[in-house]
Design a protein around this ligand. Structure first.
Ligand code: PAF
Length: 274
């Protein structure tokens, strides 16, 4: 496995390959990321992972400075998973000058849910993903469904810019108790880690109520928010939305339930397709 830090080295390593399959990450990898790499492997003639903590997608009060940088451990896991190339650029390589060209996703998708609580987040994500797909010459890119709205933004971007890239979404990997795997789970204390299962349980109960025929979404969402608050969480949202565009459900739509909530100082997100 090659570990590369510069665009020049990346471009020469990619010479001769026709179908790079790419897994963009911010590092601090867990089994969920490794599943993405394993899924990418048969989909291309060379498998790449990118490791880059993207300043553009963090708000001024968010955890950019403290986000764990664990490149050595990440590389050990990536090598064991059969990754061929890790591209881990310095900030000066990807942002040698302030990034003044930005990809701005449409407001109806980018300003709801995560975008409402993290203004500018999806502009930061779309801009870096555009750059990473471009410099890795990706023909396939694999993302986790845990970041459901992110995956939707990326799919729409690739479609609207006619980029010749297959975007593959992989189901969320969960711990035995149901907690969605996430790099930010590492911020939880031991007792918070025990309580963290409540987020997926709350979504599970909401999804089950809908599967059982309930359509009073506002009441169900309020009940789910209240049960998280009662357990000491600070929920940002718990909602049922259409899978196709994350707007409010109409009769007959395929749905997804999504939640974001803070437990102590850690903000967790999760979702379940109904
Ligand atoms: O999901 C992530 O880890 C990041 O948002 C991504 C897609 C690597 C862009 O920085």
């Amino acid at each position: 496995m090659k570990l590369l830090h510069t665009l020049a080295d990346l471009h020469s390593a990619l010479r001769g390959f026709r179908h790079p399959a790419v897994v963009p990450t911010m590092g601090n990898l867990h089994a969920g990321h490794i599943a993405l790499v394993k899924a990418a492997k048969p989909l291309g003639d060379v498998t790449l992972a990118t490791v880059f903590v993207n300043r553009l997608q963090f708000g001024p009060k968010e955890d950019f400075a403290t986000y764990p940088r664990t490149l050595e451990a990440d590389c050990a896991q990536l090598e064991a998973a059969g990754c061929d190339i890790v591209f881990a650029p310095l900030e000066t390589e990807l942002y040698p000058e302030p990034q003044s060209f930005l990809i701005q996703p449409p407001a109806e998708l980018a300003n709801i849910l995560e975008g409402e609580f993290r203004p500018g987040f999806f502009t930061g994500v779309a801009t870096i993903v555009m750059k990473l797909l471009s410099c890795t010459q990706a023909r396939t890119a694999v993302f986790g469904k845990k970041d459901y709205q992110q995956l939707m933004v990326i799919r729409q971007m690739v479609k609207q810019f006619s980029m010749p890239i297959d975007i593959v979404g992989l189901d969320t990997l969960r711990a035995d108790d149901g907690l969605a795997l996430s790099s930010r789970n590492g911020y939880l204390s031991a007792s918070e880690r025990q309580q963290a299962v409540l987020l997926s349980q709350t979504l599970g109960a909401l999804a089950n109520a809908i599967r059982g025929g309930r359509q009073d979404y506002a009441a169900l969402e309020a009940q789910a928010m209240a049960s998280l608050s009662a357990a000491g969480w600070a929920p940002d949202y718990v909602v049922a939305r259409r899978r196709v565009d994350l707007q409010a459900p109409q009769a007959g739509d395929a749905l997804v339930v999504l939640a974001a909530a803070k437990l102590g100082t850690t903000r967790l997100i999760d979702n379940l397709e109904v």
